[in-house]
Design a protein around this ligand. Structure first.
Ligand code: NDP
Ligand code: 2IT
Length: 455
């Protein structure tokens, strides 16, 4: 079939506009590679310049966040909100507080979010925001003052039918509480403007668990295509925050054995397996004491802690015998060498809890070897899905039970899995969940953009 539209030219233009935004370019490149065939089959998308429009945020807000620490010293951080695409619903996506936050990272996350949210079956557009503020080592009062200052500006741009932020790295229940309290005061309105709220003031049951549980449900769906389950499988999990904790919880429940966890200082390897009791310790350590994962091996002597060694070109966490890997920390945490190590060690299931954790050479290896590889925008969509369900409950002013929300989450993950499988088959690359997720997510948004005229 002749190419009626040159995706490569559009990509080159994106590069020439923002040559330094490497994470954003990485995310765009992968989606463009997948949807080339869709552009070939649907000339109307090319004519409407869907790709040129979809890479350009509808709006980018950047603002100063000034706040005082407990000693009265003034600090200035940067705040952002990327309102990427509202074709199928209000902008929706998390806020990340981490010193590495910049426009490239937030644009990549917002871009991924557009396709992820489209896959969820719920009416949500894509957005992302955050700050280069580092919550580590800050007191609750400092975090509160920062969140108040951040929302003083952000509130002008969001709303329950406009843009609904939630958590991401460095933003959990505590931060959502401070942000919500400030929004409520500024607008004199109690609404579903944020998700991830606490249970007694508008939050949904299962939202804290949703990303981790969803990533495990996605892995189960992939394994079911080979008539297998997670029972008895050995699993590597990275990170030790929200996503990792509930990934481990669900894996234990399903009879799998988890042997690793990490944070930015290093990782623990516990060959005997992380039990429910050990996980409870990790939750207290991380969520209440805000300690380091190295403390795990001080408490449980059977575990070995390995500090980060930046002179190594691979992460030893991914170099252990296992069946499954659940990267759940951050972007580009599995490079080509790590991917090789995973394959060498027998890993044949990778379900991405974090966003874009695998570098492009790693992705290519997983696809070449035909392992069960679930990319983040499909595998970690459970979090935003239950955020969508939180929005529904807020609008209806009622509350669903734990079972109801968990069943809906399972159904959504099943449906995302099916969409990926169907799209990958329809477009000639069966079993390739990367193409499946990108294509299925893209087509729905592209069609909505066509319907709504030029914007
Ligand atoms: P948390 O802040 O709860 O935990 C993040 C974990 O990852 C911590 O253990 C942290 O270690 C580690 N980490 C963060 N940055 C780095 C880094 N640069 N190098 C090494 N380790 C790092 O965040 P979440 O669990 O919410 O998010 C984890 C991932 O999941 C992110 O990629 C996020 O985008 C993605 N995600 C989250 C969703 C959610 O609902 N929360 C939904 C979908 C995806 P340390 O404490 O030392 O910084
Ligand atoms: O990356 C993600 O999907 C999230 N951080 C969750 C977004 C949300 O709105 O719940």
């Amino acid at each position: 079939m002749s190419t009626v539209y040159n995706t490569g030219d559009v990509y080159d233009k994106v590069v020439s506009r923002d040559p330094d935004q490497k994470e954003f370019l990485q995310a765009v490149h992968e989606v463009f590679e997948s949807v080339k065939v869709v552009m070939d089959r649907n000339p109307e998308y090319g004519k409407a310049k869907i790709l040129e429009r979809i890479v350009e945020p509808e709006r980018v807000v950047s603002f100063r966040v000034a706040w005082t620490d407990d000693r009265g010293e003034i600090h200035v951080n940067r705040g952002f909100r990327i309102q990427m695409n509202s074709a199928i619903g209000p902008y929706k996506g998390g806020l990340r507080f981490h010193p590495s936050v910049n426009l490239s990272i937030l644009k990549f996350l917002a871009f991924e979010q557009v396709f992820k949210n489209s896959l969820t079956t719920l009416p949500m557009g894509g957005g992302k925001g955050g700050s280069d503020f580092d919550p580590k080592g800050k007191s609750d009062a400092e975090v509160m003052r920062f969140c108040q200052s951040f929302m003083m500006e952000l509130h002008k741009y969001i709303g329950p039918d406009t843009d609904v932020p939630a958590g991401d790295i460095g933003v959990g229940g505590r931060e959502i509480g401070y942000l919500f309290g400030t929004y409520k005061r500024l607008k004199n309105e109690f609404s579903g403007v944020l998700t991830g709220k606490s249970l007694n003031w508008g939050g949904s049951l299962i939202r804290p668990e949703a990303t981790g549980y969803g990533s495990v449900y996605f892995a189960s769906e992939m394994l079911a295509t080979r008539n297998e389950t997670l029972a008895g499988k050995t699993c590597l999990v990275s990170g030790s925050g929200n996503v990792s904790q509930y990934t481990v919880q669900k894996l234990i429940e399903l009879g799998a054995k988890v042997v690793t966890l990490s944070d930015s200082s290093g990782y623990i390897y516990d060959e005997s397996g992380i039990t429910a009791e050990k996980l409870k310790y990790v939750m207290t350590l991380k969520n209440i004491k805000r300690g380091r994962i190295s403390e795990y091996s001080e408490k449980y002597r059977e575990a070995v802690f390995t500090p980060v060694d930046s002179s190594k070109d691979y992460n030893p966490l991914w170099d252990h015998k296992a069946d499954c890997a659940f990267p759940s920390a951050t972007q580009n945490e599995i490079n080509g060498k790590d991917a090789q190590n995973l394959l060498k060690n027998g890993v044949y299931v990778v379900s991405e809890g974090s966003n874009m954790p695998t570098t492009p050479d790693g992705v290519d290896l997983f696809i070449d070897k035909k392992i069960l590889y679930g990319p983040g925008k499909a595998a970690n969509a459970g979090g935003v899905s239950v955020s969508g369900l939180e929005m529904s409950q807020n609008s209806m002013r009622l509350k669903w039970s734990r079972e109801e929300v968990d069943n809906k989450l399972r159904q959504i993950m099943k449906s995302i899995h099916k969409s990926c499988v169907d799209a990958s088959e329809e477009y000639g690359t069966p079993g390739n969940y990367v193409n499946g997720a990108n294509i299925a997510g893209f087509v729905k948004v592209a069609d909505a953009m066509l319907d709504q005229g030029l914007f």
